[in-house]
Design a protein around this ligand. Structure first.
Ligand SMILES: Nc1nc2c(c(=O)[nH]1)N=C([C@H](O)[C@H](O)COP(=O)(O)OP(=O)(O)OP(=O)(O)O)CN2
Ligand SMILES: [Zn+2]
Length: 123
């Protein structure tokens, strides 16, 4: 199995409800997002998927998130914009944008800090 991975950053504000602590208040993060694709076949250039394709799709997804209050994004209207749900949202939006068969989107990881990370995958 091969994998290819890109990382990009966006900045956003959020607050958490049903969470007892300082994160109930509006605050911000510089989120690092890591996207991994996987597959068993390489193209004639020896690549699973051009990093540039992943990067531009991810930057397109960030247009809905960067410098926003994530609580105002419709996807989060029924729940918290936790790192887990941000990862789910990015996974869904990346799937819409990527046409990379026979490779496939494998994992989206969202880092609030280098020590705090949540992820979403289909398995
Ligand atoms: N599983 C998750 N846990 C938490 C999430 C999350 O998305 N998934 N999010 C938060 C908050 O966003 C919060 O901003 C981070 O919380 P906390 O670690 O308390 O804040 P600090 O980074 O400032 O940490 P200190 O050690 O207090 O400096 C919480 N949990
Ligand atoms: Zn937070």
């Amino acid at each position: 199995m091969y994998t290819a991975r890109v990382e990009e950053w966006f900045a956003a504000a959020h607050f958490l409800v049903n969470f007892h602590g300082k994160c109930e208040n509006l605050h911000g993060h510089n989120y690092k997002v890591r996207v991994t694709v996987k597959g068993t076949e390489l193209d004639e250039g020896g690549m699973l998927c051009d990093f540039g394709i992943l990067k531009s799709a991810l930057k397109d997804v960030f247009k809905e998130l960067d410098h926003c209050n994530l609580n105002d994004v419709p996807f989060f209207s029924d729940g918290n914009p936790s790192a887990e749900r941000i990862a789910e949202y990015i996974f869904i939006e990346m799937e819409k944008r990527l046409d990379i068969e026979p490779a496939a989107l494998s994992l989206v990881e969202v880092f609030e800090t280098e020590k705090h990370v949540a992820s979403y995958s289909r398995q």
